[in-house]
Design a protein around this ligand. Structure first.
Ligand SMILES: [Zn+2]
Length: 255
C-alpha cells in the first residue's frame, strides 16, 4: 500500500511517524520541499520526497519573486538528484484562499505552474497537480506540454473529464482521497476511471476517510480508500492493492 499524497512537514504534522506503508511527501512551498527531502533521507524505505510550490498557499514571509523561488526549487532538485520523486504540488487554484493563505493572482499562478511543468520535463519527474475550481483551465494548460506526465491529485473533474485526462499525450493518473468513503458521486467517478490509471492518497492531515472522518488524517488511513475501491471494483483487497501499487510504481518510479 502507498499513500501517494501526504503533508508531513512540521507545520502540518507534529510527529511524522507512519506505520507500515510508503508515503509520497507532498510539498506546498520551498520550506516543505527541504523538509521532505530531510525526512526521506532519514527514512528512505518509507518516504518519497516531492518538492514544489502550491498555487495558493503562498508564504507571506517570502518576498521573493516567482522566478527566484523556482530557481531555488531547481537548485533543490539538482542537489538532491535521485531523492526527489516528483514536482508538486503545483497547479491552478481559483478558489478563495483559506485561512493563513494569501490569494495568488491567476496570471502569477499560470507562470508558476508553467515553470514547474518545465522543471518536471527537464528532470524527467512526474508532476503532482493540484486543481481547484480550475479543472478545464488546468487541462487546457497541460495540453500545451505533451511531454509532461503525472497525477491529477484529489481529482474533482467528474466523469465527464476522464477522457480528457486519459487523452493527454503522456501518461496521467487520477489521485483519489478519503472523501471517496462518504461521497457517492465520487464512487461513480472512480468506477469510470480506467483501473490502470488510479492511485490513492490521503492528503493528510486533511480529508480523513470514514471511520475517522473529521479527525486528523494519517497516511495509514489510506487503507480505507483501498477497501472502498475494492468494493467498487467488486474484487478483493489483495488484487486491488496489486493494481494500485503497480500504478504508483509506474508513476513515481520507485523500487
Ligand atoms: Zn495536498
Amino acid at each position: 500500500m502507498i499513500d501517494t499524497h501526504a503533508h508531513l512537514s512540521k507545520r502540518f504534522c507534529s510527529k511524522p511517524i507512519v506505520e507500515g506503508i510508503r508515503v509520497v511527501l507532498a510539498a506546498s512551498n520551498i520550506e516543505d520541499s527541504r523538509e521532505n527531502i530531510a525526512l526521506a533521507k532519514d527514512n528512505s524505505k518509507q518516504f518519497l520526497a516531492s518538492v514544489g510550490i502550491h498555487p495558493q498557499q503562498t508564504d507571506p514571509e517570502n518576498q521573493k519573486t516567482i522566478e527566484a523561488q523556482v530557481k531555488e526549487l531547481e537548485e533543490i532538485v539538482k542537489q538532491a538528484r535521485g531523492q526527489v520523486f516528483a514536482i508538486g504540488e503545483t497547479g491552478l487554484d481559483f478558489s478563495t484562499a483559506g485561512e493563513g493563505e494569501a490569494t495568488r493572482p491567476k496570471d502569477a499562478q499560470i507562470i508558476l505552474f508553467g515553470r514547474q511543468i518545465e522543471l518536471g520535463i527537464k528532470y524527467q519527474l512526474p508532476l503532482i497537480v493540484h486543481s481547484r475550481k480550475s479543472m478545464d483551465e488546468t487541462l487546457d494548460f497541460l495540453e500545451k506540454y505533451p511531454k509532461a506526465r503525472g497525477v491529477i491529485h484529489c481529482y474533482t473533474g467528474g466523469k465527464k473529464r476522464i477522457d480528457r485526462v486519459v487523452g493527454l499525450k503522456s501518461e496521467w493518473f487520477f489521485g483519489i482521497d478519503g472523501n471517496l468513503t462518504y461521497e457517492d458521486g465520487l464512487a461513480q467517478v472512480v468506477a469510470a476511471i480506467p483501473k490502470e490509471r488510479l492511485v490513492l492518497e490521503t492528503d493528510s492531515p486533511f480529508l480523513a476517510p470514514i471511520p475517522h472522518r473529521l479527525e486528523t488524517n494519517r497516511p495509514e488511513y489510506v487503507k480505507y480508500v483501498y477497501e472502498k475501491v475494492a468494493q467498487i471494483w467488486q474484487t478483493d483487497l489483495a488484487k486491488t492493492e496489486n493494481i494500485i501499487d503497480a500504478n504508483a510504481k509506474k508513476l513515481f518510479g520507485y523500487k
